[in-house]
Design a binder for this molecule. Structure first.
Ligand code: CAA
Length: 257
């Protein structure tokens, strides 16, 4: 299958998906998310594939959802088009997914990495939820999965004040599995995926399901509330101002309305 904004490869028993919008720091627009969903489905259904790796490039895993695509959306439009709903496809994948992260891993990018089962980070990886800078909040798990992964105090600082974590901090606080030099982060992720792909497939599948059950009990309600709050913020002046200010490369002026 050929795609416009992602690339896929097969490495022995591992399916690799590369997000391919380098000029936009791999911002996750609707094409990327829909193609990512298709590619995951194809790999999940392929009996030759035992594990999947998602990556970006060395500068960015992904710098978030595509702000240019959202800037003018009203709350009604965003509620009707439900852009985050298509992210649920990631959670339906039965095979293990490893995120290989280098460079910026922000907003929706961090949410995508956290929706994967494991994260291998390059030393240059930077994790953050900067939505507060553009007048909104995370909408695809940033307030929910992040809090479970690293705890309330640090999650609050990241969501409310755009605190970034470098790779070493992300590892120390339990967000990522391990940190390796930039030259080998993808190789390391592929190696881990390959090892898992060679294990007993049904046990791997059940193991993933059960660890996720432990992690995700009560997650669904929180994700739905987060999504609604994210959509609601599109009815505010501050969301328009924040996203326009990003595009116009200037400081936002907040009104609180
Ligand atoms: N959406 C759309 N375009 C983006 C983008 C995004 N999230 N992030 C970067 N880009 C684009 C920039 O607009 C720029 O394009 P132009 O060359 O056409 O101007 C290009 O990528 C390169 O970016 P910068 O020039 O800004 O690169 P930099 O090195 O100076 O800064 C950065 C890097 C700090 C990551 C900065 O790009 C940035 O702050 N990006 C936005 C991060 C963000 O706010 N993410 C959250 C998005 S909302 C979200 O994800 C909601 C959700 O929960 C689902």
């Amino acid at each position: 299958m050929s795609y416009k904004s992602i690339k896929t490869e097969i490495h022995d028993r591992v399916g690799l998906i590369r997000i391919d919008r380098p000029k936009a720091l791999n911002a996750l627009n609707s094409t990327v998310m829909s193609e990512l969903g298709q590619a995951l489905k194809v790999f999940d259904a392929d009996a030759q594939i035992g594990a999947i790796v998602i990556t970006g490039d060395s500068r960015a895993f992904a710098a978030g959802a595509d702000i240019k695509e959202m800037v003018d959306a009203t709350a009604a439009e965003i509620l009707q088009s439900e852009p985050i709903e298509r992210w649920d496809l990631i959670r339906e994948v039965k095979k293990p997914i490893i995120a290989a992260v280098s460079g910026w891993c922000l907003g929706g990018g961090n949410e995508l990495a956290m929706a994967c089962d494991m994260i291998i980070a390059s030393e240059t990886a930077k994790f953050g939820q900067p939505e507060i800078n553009i007048g909104v909040i995370p909408g695809a798990g940033g307030t929910q999965r992040l809090t479970r992964a690293i705890g309330k105090a640090l999650a609050m600082e990241m969501v409310l004040n755009n605190r970034h974590l470098n790779a070493e901090e992300a590892c120390r606080y339990g967000l990522v599995n391990r940190v390796v030099p930039e030259e080998i982060y993808l190789e390391e992720a592929l190696k881990l995926a390959d090892e898992i792909a060679k294990r007993a497939p049904l046990a791997v599948r059940m193991g993933k399901e059960m660890v996720n059950q432990a992690f995700e009990s009560f997650l669904a309600g929180g994700m739905a509330d987060e999504r609604r709050s994210f959509y609601f913020l599109f009815s505010t002046e501050d969301q328009k101002e924040g996203m326009r200010a990003f595009m116009e490369k200037r400081e936002a002026e907040w009104k609180g309305e």
